[in-house]
Design a protein around this ligand. Structure first.
Ligand code: PLP
Length: 389
């Protein structure tokens, strides 16, 4: 089936975080919201059908996941990532990946322990570290020739300083980098040498472009993967963020058991009734939609790049290898972070995610969400261009 990603769907008054907060957050209703990382596309038809079918039963009691759902994830992983995780390594965290990462951080570290994060990075990852009284060590990525790369030398220095843990965002939000197997091996070997764990947030694993294939961290050789956790979810790739699901691969038996125990104590082991149905449908029947969504978003990315080149060359896009986000270098506009934010909202009427939210290295940058009908981008970029004239 051919999906129509050009169709503009009115999301207002659907309790949408992205579309129903304009007045509260920006004090004007007409701002074009391109900040929250969900998609303005309707979901794959088989997912919608599966939810409809389940909804028609009209009893939504406590829900368990079935072997069929687990098998769907395993087959998906084999088909899309050429890797079959061991079934016994799987754990589940219905409240989502951030909840799981926080719980794992508490299990793996003590107060005062050092935890490394690359920057720029998704801000809740900073919060789970500092909010748990762990010491945050930043490993800024290097922007080199229009693309980010890891600063491995600096990372090793941080590892040598006694860090206990790395929390990795791969594919990286906001830079769109999809780290290569070589890069992951470098990180993994350093962590192995220094007895560090890696928690890998792979929420965007399914959304990568062209030759940039995602390599799950726990697919690396056992001497590395035994100290890693990979976190997956259908929320980004299939636009199911409001249904709250996630699947973890935890090869370390002891950690897995401790994690399962704490999930049990918190009564967070049972599934969201629609989340589990949607997850199975996505992994079983969602590939056709996903491939079309990736192609559409990729063309949106090219459109933004060409528009900026021709009309606003002072803003330089960092082309994403994965995710549906684009990181824009606005430093040549000559505004400080606050000026840029006010300018975008009040003069251009566009709400983007401000770079400073992603850490110190994000100052002067903004993140734009590409997962919307082309005409939304055309309008937003037109308003931005006008505001700069
Ligand atoms: C990198 C990254 N990790 C995690 C999340 C949130 O995941 P969850 O809703 O499963 O906690 C997001 C959402 O934007 C994200 O961008």
């Amino acid at each position: 089936m051919l999906y129509d990603f050009d169709r503009v769907i009115d999301r207002k008054n659907t309790q949408s975080f992205k579309w129903d907060k304009n007045i509260e957050y920006f004090n004007r209703e007409d701002v074009i919201p391109l900040w929250v990382a969900d998609m303005d596309f309707s979901c794959a038809e088989p997912i919608v059908e599966a939810i409809r079918a389940r909804a028609s039963h009209a009893i939504y009691g406590y829900t368990v996941r079935t072997d069929k759902t687990i098998e769907a994830f395993l087959s998906w992983s084999q088909a899309r990532h050429w890797w079959l995780p061991a079934k016994e390594h799987l754990s589940f965290c219905p409240p989502g990946i951030i909840y799981a990462l926080h719980e794992l951080l508490l299990l793996l570290t003590e107060k005062g322990d050092k935890v490394i994060l690359q920057t720029p990075n998704y801000d809740p990852l900073f919060d789970i570290v500092t909010g748990s009284d762990r010491e945050l060590l930043l490993n800024p990525m290097i922007l080199d020739g229009g693309q980010y790369r890891l600063d491995i030398k600096h990372f090793e220095q941080l590892a040598e300083s006694g860090a206990k843990l790395l929390i990795l965002s791969n594919p990286s939000n906001p830079t769109g980098r999809v780290f290569t197997k070589g890069e992951l091996l470098e990180l993994g070997n350093i962590c192995k040498k220094h007895g560090m764990y890696i928690l890998s947030d792979e929420i965007y694993a399914d959304f990568t472009f062209g030759a940039n294939k995602h390599v799950p961290l726990t697919s690396l050789p056992t001497d590395i993967s035994s100290h890693c956790v990979s976190c997956f979810s259908v929320s980004k790739g299939f636009n199911l963020g409001g249904l709250q699901t996630s699947i973890l691969v935890i090869p370390d038996k002891d950690l897995r058991e401790r994690f399962n125990l704490s999930m049990g104590i918190a009564q967070t082991r049972l599934d969201n009734v629609f989340g589990t149905v949607a997850m199975e449908a996505a992994y079983r029947h969602g590939a056709e939609w996903l491939d079309q969504a990736i192609a559409y978003v990729s063309r949106n990315g090219s459109y933004v790049r060409e528009y900026l080149e021709q009309n606003i060359p002072l803003i330089q896009p960092i082309m994403p290898e994965g995710t549906f986000l684009m990181w824009l270098d606005c430093r040549k506009l000559g505004m400080d972070a606050k000026q840029l934010e006010l300018f975008l909202i009040h003069k251009a009427g566009v709400a983007l995610t401000q770079g400073y939210e992603f850490g110190e290295t994000g100052h002067g940058f903004v993140r734009i969400n590409l997962a919307c009908p082309r005409q939304t981008l055309v309008k937003a970029l037109g308003q931005l261009h006008q505001a700069l004239l």
